[in-house]
Design a protein around this ligand. Structure first.
Ligand SMILES: Nc1nc2c(ncn2[C@@H]2O[C@H](COP(=O)(O)OP(=O)(O)O)[C@@H](O)[C@H]2O)c(=O)[nH]1
Ligand SMILES: [Mg+2]
Length: 223
């Protein structure tokens, strides 16, 4: 057990080193980098599609997709004319910083104003792997149940932003929005919450405006 803990600690320390290198690279490129984490099917790719449509070319975007198998998500992004690269983890339940360095080295995703990293779908493993991002975004859909922030508190405490998706389905599913807001306020008092329906576009503009403001802030700080 002791051995397992120490191997895990070493892996995380190596990842932190690679993440620091990435952070430097993102700083030089002037890109805002967002690491999206959620259960499978909660709507990460659909949120990215809606985000790209709402941006309408005002800011440039690029996407790194993490999945166990298939290029499906990268294909969905490329169909909108935005560069995307799929990292296949071959079974691993999270992306790590070395994989991101490797992917950026063999693609031309940067420079871009916004780089979105869609992590492998689950609420546990991606939580502890820093990818050099500016902030993590937890995506929570109304259909997966309002108990998820209670059951997986680590990611909701760490993510600066929580995007609650599929609000168009609120009339049909038992999802106590107030309970979720209250719990998130306890887990993450400084966190920001957006409520969106990516399929209708409701709430997407506010999220996109926030991204633009964060990008401006990052660039102002760097200059
Ligand atoms: N009604 C509704 N469905 C959505 C919304 N966002 C995503 N979906 C659907 O949820 C399913 C999973 O979405 P996807 O973006 O692939 O999830 P991901 O696995 O987190 O990337 C798809 O069938 C989407 O069409 C939404 O805001 N409202
Ligand atoms: Mg996806």
């Amino acid at each position: 057990m002791q051995h397992v803990v120490s191997v895990k600690r070493k892996a995380l320390a190596a990842n932190d080193e690679a993440a620091a290198e990435l952070r430097q690279q993102f700083q030089s490129a002037g890109s805002l980098v967002v690491n999206l984490i959620s259960s499978p099917g909660s709507g990460k790719t659909t949120l990215l599609e809606a985000t790209i449509k709402s941006l309408d070319g005002r800011l440039t975007a690029a996407v790194l997709e993490g999945d166990v198998a298939t290029e499906r998500d990268a294909d969905r992004i490329r169909a909108l004319g935005v560069p995307a690269h799929q990292i296949l983890t071959g079974g691993a339940c999270h992306l790590d910083a070395r994989q991101v360095i490797g992917a950026l080295g063999k693609t031309q995703l940067l420079p871009a104003d916004l780089l979105f990293i869609e992590n492998v779908g689950n609420l546990i493993c991606p939580t502890t792997y820093d990818l050099g991002e500016d902030f993590k975004v937890a995506v929570l859909s109304t259909t997966e149940g309002d108990d998820k922030p209670f059951k997986y508190p680590a990611i909701f405490a760490r993510a600066e932003v929580t995007v609650i998706t599929k609000i168009d389905l609120l009339p049909y599913v038992p999802f106590d929005m107030n309970a979720v807001r209250e719990h998130l306020a306890v887990l993450n008092p400084l966190g920001t919450i957006f409520e969106v329906a990516s399929t209708t576009g409701e709430g997407v503009d506010a999220w996109v405006q926030y991204l633009g403001a964060r990008l401006e802030k990052k660039r102002a700080k760097a200059s």
